[in-house]
Design a protein around this ligand. Structure first.
Ligand code: CTP
Ligand code: MG
Length: 394
């Protein structure tokens, strides 16, 4: 849709001072790569192209060099240091507008890379009649209220509820008065957007906030899977895992999640199920997410004697979080004794239960090493696995 009229002049604050805790990782999400450039650069470019002037970016106090690198070559960006909360980051951004006193201000999350121009048009035109305007979307799912025990406690009426996005647009003097005048005592609930700040400030003056139609493209990048581009993430990935445990007397022998009768068992911190460890490492390898020791450190007493099935179940869940499902497993157990053949059906069933794969997709093979090496001498058992993962649909 072509834009009807030029946009009125507006200033913009982009908040990029969060820690990105839900996404994890060393570098906050706004400075990570998304579709070929740093996440923050997407919204800065879009708002500059829409005419934002001035545009201020609130960044973490220790990230100035990083932010400048991410936005290199873009003219018209000022930086301020953000605060402990999103609200404080916005307020710090607005402070830099005090001399200009812009008529209209757009406030936006750096974590929302795509900003359709139509949404900016709708927001700014709503400011003719309202002190603020925010993009909203209907709620389509049933909304249930959780009890303290995380059980069903009732329902909320979704008809009256909306999902709220950014950018949010305000008349400059109103939003600045609300942010600068508002006092949030310690422990008071923190507003997560600026419409809340405006509405909770001096309601007597009747500053209304209009709802304009939001857009799914304004989706916020919040979790690790949001950063993974489904469009370019490979349709198929593979991973391999390898593990060895020592055979000793007096230990239980667990392989592929079942217990085997044998003169010796495997020693290790957990149940030492070398086969499940190899499969788990293969799954983690396929999604590039560390190895079994990263997720279940042997130094952690809670894993002492642990059943290794839970390691594998956890790795499968991590793969699912990264939007991949296992397609098949090919495992080789390397030992002189016990004989694996008789146990193969039970092993396949157990691995299939742990992974959700059909048994036809679980291959369990075994070999000796012709009495050569540590496996040949019966000192230990080795296992190696390859897994395939397929990308889940959107
Ligand atoms: N933000 C900010 N200053 C803060 C907290 C958040 O500028 N003290 C910004 C974030 O950088 C982000 C936007 O507010 O662009 C929305 O916040 P959110 O998605 O919650 O990001 P984070 O707080 O960084 O992530 P998390 O809550 O997972 O830690
Ligand atoms: Mg946050």
């Amino acid at each position: 849709m072509a834009s009807q009229a030029p946009l009125p002049p507006f200033a913009a604050v982009i908040v990029a001072a969060g820690k990105g805790l839900r996404i994890g990782g060393e570098v906050p999400k706004q400075f990570r790569e998304f579709k070929g450039k740093p996440l923050v650069r997407h919204s800065v470019e879009k708002l500059l192209a829409a005419g934002a002037d001035p545009l201020v970016d609130a960044i973490p106090s220790d990230a100035e060099d990083l932010a400048r690198t991410c936005l290199a070559g873009l003219d018209g960006v000022d930086f301020v240091i953000g605060g402990e909360t999103r609200r404080e980051s916005v307020r710090n951004g607005l402070t830099s507008f005090v001399p200009d006193k812009p008529q209209y201000v757009l406030i936006h999350d750096a974590a929302r890379p795509d900003i359709p121009l139509e949404v900016i048009e709708r927001l700014l035109s709503a400011l003719d009649e309202h002190a603020g305007a925010i993009p909203v979307l209907p709620v389509v799912d049933t909304l249930a209220i959780a009890s303290e025990r995380n059980t069903h406690h009732g329902n909320a009426d979704r008809e009256t509820l909306r999902r709220v996005q950014t950018p949010q647009a305000f008349r400059g003097p109103d939003i600045m008065a609300a942010h600068f005048g508002q006092y949030y005592p310690e422990g008071a609930p923190e507003p997560t957007d600026d419409a809340q700040v405006l509405m909770s400030y001096d309601l007597a003056t009747n500053r209304s906030v209009a709802f304009v139609q939001g857009d799914e493209r304004l989706k916020k990048i919040t979790f690790a899977e949001d950063l993974m581009e489904t469009a370019t993430a490979p349709a198929f990935r593979v991973g391999q895992g390898f593990d060895v445990h020592r055979l000793v007397e007096g230990e239980e022998l667990w392989l592929c999640g079942i217990q085997l009768e044998h003169t010796h068992g495997l020693a290790g911190h957990s149940d030492a199920d070398v086969a499940l460890h190899a499969i788990t490492d293969a799954v983690l390898g396929a999604i590039g997410n560390g190895d079994i020791g990263t997720h279940f450190p042997p130094s952690d007493p809670q894993w002492a004697g642990a059943r290794s099935g839970q390691f594998l179940e956890n790795a499968v869940k991590l793969a699912r979080d990264a939007r991949y499902a296992l397609s098949n497993i090919d495992l080789t157990i390397i030992c002189e004794a016990p004989k694996i053949g008789p146990h193969r059906p039970a092993m396949r069933t157990r691995v299939s239960e742990l992974t959700g794969l059909g048994e036809v997709a679980v291959s369990i093979k075994a070999t000796t090493t012709e009495r050569l090496g540590f496996t040949g001498r019966g000192e230990g058992i080795a296992a190696q696995a390859i897994v395939g993962l397929v990308r889940l649909g959107d």
